[in-house]
Design a protein around this ligand. Sequence first.
Ligand SMILES: NC(=O)c1ccc[n+]([C@@H]2O[C@H](COP(=O)([O-])OP(=O)(O)OC[C@H]3O[C@@H](n4cnc5c(N)ncnc54)[C@H](OP(=O)(O)O)[C@@H]3O)[C@@H](O)[C@H]2O)c1
Length: 339
Amino acid sequence: MTDPVYAASESRYEQMPYRRCGRSGVLLPALSLGLWHNFGSFKPFQEIKAMAHYAFDHGICHFDLANNYGPTYGTAEENFGHLMAASLKPYRDELFISTKAGWDMWPGPYGNWGSRKYLMASLDQSLKRMNLDYVDVFYSHRYDPATPLEETMQALVDIVRQGKALYAGISRYPTPKAAEAFRYLAERDVPCLLYQDRYNIIDRAPAEAGQLDLGWENGTGFISFSPLQQGLLTNRYLNGIPADSRMARNTSLKQSVLTETVLESLRGLDAIAQRRGQSLAGMALSWLLRDERMTSVIIGASSVAQIEDNLKALDFLSFSEEELQEIERFSVRIRESGI
Ligand SMILES: NC(=O)c1ccc[n+]([C@@H]2O[C@H](COP(=O)([O-])OP(=O)(O)OC[C@H]3O[C@@H](n4cnc5c(N)ncnc54)[C@H](OP(=O)(O)O)[C@@H]3O)[C@@H](O)[C@H]2O)c1
């Protein structure tokens, strides 16, 4: 039953800037919300609901999922389905929802990588879990070197033609393969809407590998994930490792990355952020959004307070040349330490 107490804020579109996604009709919020870590079976549903409602009330209308988000796998989509049933269903046409397949999801040869068999079955499962008739964008979650690119791309084309996704996207493709994928999709009138990769103050790989420029020239939007390097680019670890933090779990964010050099550099970055009047997380997001090629950045968050803090990034999008150079020096030091 729909939650009778939730009515989205009337002012939800007043503060958030919306950016055009490549050469498409789609506008995306500068900040999107990702459901990788904090929306699964271990998080109380009340907290999930509070975060999703707070985000939507502040103009974050893009929610990014994948089949294996949780933990455990599938449970972020299941909880999103509960959320649709409880409160968001009336707002379906105001929401831009993505999911993906490409990483390990179920046992055996058909639950991983990029075959048509896996992608088609996985999207059907995702739609059921999320209580949706269609997603707005469906991604091939990673490049599969063993499957012909044509097979993976044709699956995306057919998924769009079947109406199960409105647009196609790809994530984590080497630049030449991304170029081939863009070409294949465009030739079939299903232009690639979004390219998704990790990009932040520390990790510059997509810019260095030419993906940002490639997408820009192709008319494909670029959406950055892990903009806070999973929480490293925040005040979370400046004074130890909090018990409720992602790093405490030591899974996707290893404790071994927090060396003395890294910590010193994070403190240096934090000092710049404080001078600018924002949090370190806020500065990391502002730094990304100052680039016009960035359609949106997908934040993760474990509390409403973090989303609130991250939204403030939108008020600080300009940087002086000195600030950029100083950030660069710390960033290089962190990268040279092997992260
Ligand atoms: N395509 C892909 O292959 C791929 C891969 C990874 C992620 N993604 C997408 O990108 C999304 C974001 O990734 P991510 O979760 O790694 O993003 P992130 O924004 O880099 O890190 C999120 C974590 O940072 C901490 N945090 C966030 N805001 C904070 C603040 N204001 N102050 C202090 N700490 C703060 C929280 O850590 P604590 O939990 O410790 O509080 C939060 O869980 C995912 O949910 C997913 O949708 C896609």
